[in-house]
Design a protein around this ligand. Structure first.
Ligand code: ZN
Length: 703
């Protein structure tokens, strides 16, 4: 660590001085216990920063086991929190004494990293003074907060001269401060129709009046902006971390990942993201090869929720779940305008981060161990916070409840890392993807597809013969002539019935089971086996004929194949993953888990715990060990708005089997260091975990 005096000199004079060697606290990996300290502070509040005490600030963080805190250079109001020479007019008008340099200095003195927050597309100061820099929709309207609403969400366009401001502003920050990292917030693609974008599109021979052209151009624009900004930063600082935040990391990040040093997954379970968003997105983001962290918040709800507190068990779950998925942790907070850090918040953070610190040695450098790859429809249908593909959510729910170890993939992923692939409901298969899938199966892999997966975009035919099924026709049409297949109807108007038999129906009575959404009309090929047929209803429900309150009952007549197997591939005609996401029929889950059992009879993890127990396996290669995470927290919908966790319900005597790749030397509950008795059962190492208080880790050492 540099001495406080030397650091202060560096802060003041920047590049003109010899920088202390440790000024960027070089690390190859992100830190585990981070805070993101929001500070969007209105100009209508006086005495900003008046109560900031650098010592109390840093010592509170140290006491709370925090080792990285993202602090504010410029906020969504557009205000700057240091003495800017380049843009003095943007310094917060009531900032009594600059904050950022004092935060950095106090934290560096105690070994805490301080990435710097800079807003990009939301900047109220700029938006209200430079209307020509705002993004516009096709009608020429400003995108974001209308004039008579509260909020700083007017969106700025980076194809305007605003980009030059952003560069000069970033250059000054890098010049003045010992910069550990830059967090650029709100950097997302917009189908912008502003003058600058229109001129650029026309110059490139593109037609700006076409919405699809604008969408593509918007994505190219934001990717090009990220690459340019990263080059610009790297010319001035070769090793600070760089992240561009935009709500969700997904397939659109693959082509631009070299602009990032790492990924931060903004996913606050008590906010608009909900508890399912993190596992869905982390399982994809972690396959892109960069270090990553999960962001949650200390807020009862979400960002900006002052004087509110998340329940301790909920914050524990959210952070421990990050560890289980190989992620580092970040908790969001907002500093009071006075600049005084709230000790009550850091009692809460400290309790959770104390546990994280104790558990870190078994998480550092850990990579998830997985065997199933789920292709995401997001690549084809798009996806956003609050609008993740329903089939992907359904698949995640089913596989987690089944204790499976899986990643989320796109068509560009390396399939050879997985024993089995799942194509949930809406994965159109191009010729190129068909070849890749066929190679995967030829190499000994398995595959499960459902509904429209495996077909062309128009859903008229299978583009691969892997699944042993052929499309017969588009199925029934509604009264307007549109196909009803795949759609959810409130009263299940086009319901059909699946009759499970044999191994695929294990655990289910051999009788009709409602498949509320109409499936694909298919027939099994001659070389395929029908595992379960579909039975029709007497008639579909329309005004012309209906029966009772909901769907018409089964006619008892088989109408087509429902589940088809060909070798190591199984196809479901129903949109079974979307259906599970709709209403969680247990039979839908069991049918999928039974199909997995047929293709993957020896999964990595087996346990006899309840379906609320989450299990995740990671490996620490340098230690020659696997770490099993057992998580048991149950979010409950206790309000209209959000899920709440208030209690830890312990589990006792959970029997676990791990399919270990080599001889296991010891099985130990860590960090408690309690050895467990274990034995070999076939290819499994079997042991019993005495008690799980929300979270338990078991280390299996090989050799
Ligand atoms: Zn524009």
């Amino acid at each position: 660590m540099p001495s406080p005096q030397r650091l202060a000199t560096t802060i003041r004079r920047g590049k003109t001085q010899n920088k202390p060697k440790a000024h960027t606290l070089k690390e190859t990996e992100l830190r585990f216990r981070q805070v993101h300290l929001d500070f969007h502070t209105s100009e209508s509040i006086q005495s900003v920063g008046s109560n900031f005490d650098p010592e109390q600030f840093a010592e509170t963080l140290v006491k709370a086991n925090v080792n990285s805190i993202t602090c504010f250079g410029r906020c969504h109001h557009g205000w700057i929190y240091f003495d800017s020479k380049a843009f003095p007019e943007r310094r917060h008008p009531h900032l009594q004494k600059e904050l950022l340099p004092r935060q950095i200095e106090a934290c560096h003195r105690l070994g805490i990293r301080v990435p710097i927050y800079l807003t990009v597309q939301w900047d109220h100061y700029t938006a209200t003074r430079r209307s020509e820099w705002l993004a516009q929709d096709a009608a020429g309207r400003v995108i974001g907060t209308p004039p008579f609403e509260a909020g700083f969400y007017k969106t700025l366009c980076v194809n305007t001269p605003y980009r030059e401001f952003l560069k000069q502003h970033t250059a000054e920050v890098l010049e003045i401060f010992p910069t550990d990292g830059l967090f650029f917030d709100i950097v997302f693609p917009i189908a912008c129709a502003c003058r600058y974008c229109r001129e650029k599109m026309l110059a490139a021979g593109l037609e700006p009046s076409n919405e699809n052209v604008r969408k593509r151009f918007g994505l190219e624009t934001i990717n090009e902006f990220k690459h340019e900004m990263t080059r610009f930063v790297r010319e001035r600082n070769p090793d600070c971390t760089i992240f561009y935040n935009a709500g969700q990391v997904g397939p659109r990040h693959r082509p631009v990942k070299t602009a990032y040093s790492h990924f931060e997954l903004e996913t606050l379970p008590s906010g608009e993201w909900g508890y399912l968003h993190f596992p869905v997105t982390v399982r994809y983001a972690r396959t892109l090869g960069l270090d990553y962290l999960g962001q949650t918040g200390k807020f009862h709800t979400s960002w900006g929720d002052f004087h509110s507190f998340k329940n301790l068990p909920a914050l524990r779950f959210e952070c421990l779940r990050m560890l289980a998925h190989g992620a580092k942790c970040l908790i969001g907070d907002q500093l009071a305008p006075s600049g005084r850090i709230d000790p009550t918040v850091y009692d809460l953070v400290g309790e959770v981060y104390g546990e994280i610190a104790r558990k870190e040695p078994w998480c550092a450098g850990a990579r998830p161990v997985t065997e199933i790859g789920v292709l995401t429809p997001e690549e084809f249908t798009g996806g956003a916070v609050g609008a993740l593909p329903e089939a992907l959510k359904g698949a995640t729910r089913i596989l987690e409840q089944g204790g499976h170890q899986f990643d989320v993939l796109d068509s560009g992923s390396d399939f050879s890392l997985y024993r089995l692939l799942i194509l949930p409901d809406h994965i159109p298969v191009s010729g190129e993807l068909a070849q890749k899938l066929e190679q995967h199966v030829a190499d000994g892999g398995g595959a499960i597809a459902s509904f429209a997966s495996g077909m062309d975009q128009a859903q008229t035919r299978f583009t691969t013969n892997l699944f042993g099924a052929t499309v017969v026709n588009s199925g029934p049409l509604d009264l307007n002539g549109n196909p009803v297949r795949g759609h959810a109807f409130k009263r299940h108007d086009y319901c059909e019935y699946l009759l499970p038999k044999g191994a695929i129906g294990r655990g289910l009575p051999q009788t009709e089971h409602a498949m509320y959404r109409k499936g694909m009309a298919i027939k099994a090929d001659g070389n395929a086996e029908v595992l379960a047929p579909i039975l029709g209803s007497f008639f579909d429900r329309t005004y012309r004929h209906f029966c009772s309150h909901r769907q018409t009952p089964s006619s008892g007549l088989e109408i087509q194949a429902g589940i088809v197997r060909k070798g190591r591939c199984i196809y479901f005609s129903s949109p079974i993953f979307s259906q599970y996401n709709d209403s969680a029929p247990r039979w839908c889950k069991l049918l999928v888990l039974n199909a997995l059992d047929l293709l993957l009879p020896e999964p990595l993890v087996k346990h006899n715990g309840p379906s609320t127990l989450q299990v995740a396996l990671t490996q620490q290669e340098t230690h020659g060990r696997w770490i099993l995470h057992l998580l048991h927290f149950i979010p409950e919908r206790r309000s209209e708005e959000l899920d709440v966790i208030e209690d830890v319900i312990p589990l006792f005597k959970v029997k676990v089997g791990i399919k270990a790749p080599q001889l296991v030397r010891d099985v130990i509950v860590v960090p408690e260091e309690t050895p467990l008795a274990f034995r070999a059962e076939g290819s499994y190492v079997v042991f019993e975990v005495d008690r799980i208080d929300g979270h338990a880790m078991v280390s299996l050492t090989f050799g």
